[in-house]
Design a protein around this ligand. Structure first.
Ligand SMILES: Nc1ncnc2c1ncn2[C@@H]1O[C@H](COP(=O)(O)OP(=O)(O)OP(=O)(O)O)[C@@H](O)[C@H]1O
Ligand SMILES: [Mg+2]
Length: 304
């Protein structure tokens, strides 16, 4: 079966700025594929190219077996998109936003209305169906954008930070829906800044920076390869040489302002020795997460 997304040497330039820098990408049917990376890494730009709304500067890209440059219109008919920015139509009510969007896909009006009502029910927005967009809360707008992305029953769903600003219940609602759609064979591309979300949902993911992929793999494999199974965190009182000591344990040491992180496969053993040597210093051991991988790779400090 051909890949749902197949890109070789994909480049996107805005003037001198290279927003996407020679990436190769293969996404298979039924995968949930994640894009992670700092602000400005090129996640949304890559998604815009895949969804056919931004032309590529160089490279080759096939989506659902079709060349995106030659057949963007056909591709668009088969995919669903929830963009990062709110682009709901402020002149229409909630329900009309869905039914008018359905017209792009030539869905007959009666069927469009039925489908729209089902999607509103799914996103728990039925009560708001006749409300104007400006009277919705931020989280409700995000849920409506998600509902709109599903109006054409897409084969490929592109979700750019779908849960940003959602309350915990709404986040879980979206997660359940993503899992549901995956079970039915939908391929999903997801950009997120929430590492727990990526770890739970993504079969594979990339961590992107400055238009390039730094890493690609399954969440489990990336955690194992990059940071090992556990982390010991130590609050570092200055002047005791703790960082130097930890460096001798064979694990990888990293620090933030006042904490030292030791990535290792033997944190428990190291911690018990550490406690013998530094009895008054606070330390804790926990399983490592995708967030550790991400911060190790992109740095613990705020970036520009
Ligand atoms: N329309 C545009 N014109 C010029 N530059 C752009 C345009 N859109 C994006 N860029 C630039 O391209 C780079 C990548 O932006 P992009 O929106 O893809 O980042 P992102 O990874 O989605 O970030 P975020 O996490 O903030 O959403 C940035 O340097 C951005 O300033
Ligand atoms: Mg973005």
């Amino acid at each position: 079966m051909p890949a749902v997304v197949s890109a070789r040497g994909l480049v996107k330039k805005y003037g001198d700025l290279v927003a996407v820098d020679h990436i190769d990408l293969q996404i298979e049917k039924g995968e949930v594929f994640g894009f992670l990376g700092p602000n400005g890494a090129g996640k949304s730009t890559t998604m815009h190219i895949i969804q056919g709304t931004s032309p590529l500067t160089a490279g080759r890209l096939e989506v659902l077996g079709m060349d995106i440059t030659a057949r963007a219109k056909e591709v668009k008919a088969l995919i669903g998109v929830a963009p990062q920015e709110n682009n709901l139509d402020p002149d229409f009510t909630v329900l009309r936003n869905l039914t008018s969007y359905a017209r792009y896909f030539s869905i007959p009006p009666a069927q469009a209305k039925k489908r729209a009502l089902e999607l509103l029910d799914m996103m728990q927005l039925t009560e708001k169906k006749d409300t104007e967009i400006e009277q919705l809360s931020g989280g409700m707008k995000r849920r409506l954008i998600m509902a709109r992305a599903l109006i054409n029953d897409p084969q490929l769903l592109i979700l750019d930070e779908p849960t940003t600003g959602l309350d915990p219940q709404a986040r879980h609602l979206i997660w359940e829906k993503i899992r549901d759609l995956q079970k039915r064979g939908t391929t999903i591309i997801l950009a997120t800044h929430y590492m727990d979300e990526a770890e739970q949902l993504c079969d594979r993911l990339v961590i992107m920076e400055k238009g390039k992929f730094l890493l690609e793999g399954t969440p489990r494999a990336l955690i194992e390869e990059q940071v090992g199974s556990c982390v010991m965190e130590v609050i570092d009182p200055p002047g005791q040489g703790i960082e130097d000591y930890l460096a001798t344990t064979g694990g990888q040491v990293e620090r933030s302002a006042d904490r030292i992180y030791l990535y290792s496969r033997q944190c428990q053993v190291i911690q018990s020795e550490f406690r013998g040597r530094f009895p008054d210093v606070y330390s804790t051991v926990r399983p490592s997460t995708l967030e550790d991988v991400y911060l190790k790779l992109t740095g613990r400090r705020l970036r520009d």
